[in-house]
Design a protein around this ligand. Structure first.
Ligand code: SF4
Ligand code: SF4
Length: 465
């Protein structure tokens, strides 16, 4: 359809151009909590891989050996069920935390938030706070600007590389990794993952920042279905704050003025660049920086803190007290999540506590269905795959039952080194005619010689001609 000449054409782009966010530094209670979480999570991440357990790394996902070591436990690929259960538990924990506390994970513990916080701290130390950085970016390139940018990027790269190195240290023993770096003998995959992880972190925490949360994070998308009006959010109290505006000495006392002095500091400290006064928004990662900024402003203008505060939609609308908010934490949704979580955690702990450090697979020898021995007995040949998941070598006694007079021919003691598996050829024999023709069920019994509690029984079949 032709556009009349007189009407201006308004072109709207499909994608909004990114406005760079210059988050201002902030001080306060929640900023302290954020930094406590940064220290805790990073002390755990950077430190855990250096801890030893006996003569090995305490936490190691050894891909070459296909064994996962977590302190005193050794997990094998056959234990993948625990990984699945761990994922389910993590999901329910996230559901529960989100239903109660909203985006607490995003604001305090998400790696994207934590590393962005570290990268922004470096940026502030090198280039200065928000006004200095805005001024620097607006300037043409100069020797000073170049120097500051180079220093900032070198520091970012150092943090990213150390993080990538640490990450790989959970999959290759980290002390061996240090030696390999010193000897320039790192493997291809190790080099790839160190640089891939570092590059990813450098990009995410240095450049992408809030765009990750806004456009890429799937949790940000689906967490809204776990929210309800009693979920904790960071909210601006419009009844108290509006009408907003600067305080003027000659203001008419008859005209009510809200507590918000429209200083804009809550927007300036926001790492996602939003204005919380417009209400709950998808972009809000609940970092609480705006609470700290506004509380400081309220202190200065001698008004009560909490114009922006942790609250719930119901609490803001119905003027709940702190006690009412806590009372609304227990609701069907949270109770269901908590019950399922407790059951899952309980079952997993019970399963881990009673887990036997022995696994046995019995495979019939496919080449020989049966054979006749010289003493007129019938023999079947089996392969026993014995996995000793303990951290000490074990000797096991193997026996067989299920048919009258069935016995093992030859050696009945099997030795398996610590955290290893071995294949043994085992021959079972019965008197001719002791069992009907065809297949009969038999049971192999493998038990540790030094510990009677460690015993596994595996079914198989004995074939009679
Ligand atoms: S920091 Fe507080 S007073 Fe300042 S604009 Fe934000 S809500 Fe208003
Ligand atoms: S609105 Fe407040 S809590 Fe939300 S992301 Fe911005 S500063 Fe953080």
């Amino acid at each position: 359809m032709a556009t009349p000449q007189s009407q201006p054409v308004n072109t709207v782009g499909l994608y909004e151009k990114r406005r760079k966010v210059y988050a201002r530094g902030v001080r306060g209670l929640f900023n302290n909590w954020r930094w406590i979480m940064v220290w805790l999570t990073q002390a755990l991440f950077y430190g855990l891989c250096w801890l030893d357990w006996g003569d090995r790394q305490a936490v190691l996902f050894h891909l070459v050996e296909r064994k996962f070591y977590i302190f005193g436990m050794v997990f094998w690929p056959q234990d993948a069920i625990y990984l699945a259960v761990l994922l389910v538990i993590s999901a329910y924990l996230l559901f529960l935390v989100t239903a109660i506390g909203g985006r607490l994970f995003c604001g305090y513990a998400c790696p994207q938030t934590v590393y962005t916080e570290i990268f922004m701290w470096i940026e502030r130390k090198v280039e200065g706070d928000r006004p200095a950085r805005m001024k620097l970016d607006a300037q043409p390139l100069s020797a000073r600007k170049f120097r500051l940018k180079v220093v900032k990027h070198l520091l970012w790269a150092a943090v990213a590389l150390w993080t990538g190195f640490t990450f790989v240290g959970y999959f290759t023993p980290i002390r061996e990794l240090v030696v390999s770096v010193g000897a320039f003998s790192l493997g291809g995959w190790e080099i790839f993952w160190i640089f891939f992880y570092s590059g990813f972190l450098y990009l995410m925490a240095g450049f992408m920042r809030e765009q990750m949360c806004k456009y890429l994070c799937p949790y940000a998308r689906f967490q809204s279905v776990m929210f309800d009006p009693d979920t904790l959010i960071i909210g601006y109290d419009p009844e108290r704050g509006e009408p907003r505006g600067p305080r003027r000495k000659n203001a008419d006392p008859a005209v009510r003025q809200g507590d918000c002095i429209d200083c804009g500091l809550c927007v300036q400290v926001c790492p996602t660049g939003i204005d919380i006064r417009k209400g709950l928004q998808l972009e809000c990662i609940a970092c609480a920086a705006c609470i700290d900024a506004c509380d400081e402003v309220m202190d200065k203008v001698k008004l009560p803190r909490g114009l922006i505060r942790y609250s719930t939609e119901n609490a803001l609308a119905r003027h709940y007290s702190g006690r009412d908010i806590v009372a609304h934490l227990l609701r069907p949704r949270t109770l269901i999540y908590a019950t399922i979580l407790l059951l899952l955690v309980g079952a997993t702990l019970w399963s881990l506590a009673t887990r036997l450090p022995l696994k046995v697979d019995v495979i019939r020898d496919r080449a020989t269905l049966y054979r006749e021995a010289d003493d007129e007995r019938i023999e079947n040949v089996f392969q026993l795959h014995v996995m000793n998941t303990d951290e000490q070598p074990r000797r096991y006694a193997v026996a067989v039952a299920g048919i009258d007079g069935i016995k093992i021919v030859g050696e009945t003691t099997l030795e398996v080194p610590a955290a290893s598996s071995r294949n043994f050829v085992v021959v079972a024999s019965v008197k001719d005619g002791a069992a009907p023709k065809g297949s009969s069920k038999i049971i192999f019994d493998v038990r540790a010689l030094e510990n009677d509690r460690i015993v596994v029984q595996e079914k198989s079949t004995f074939y009679m001609p």
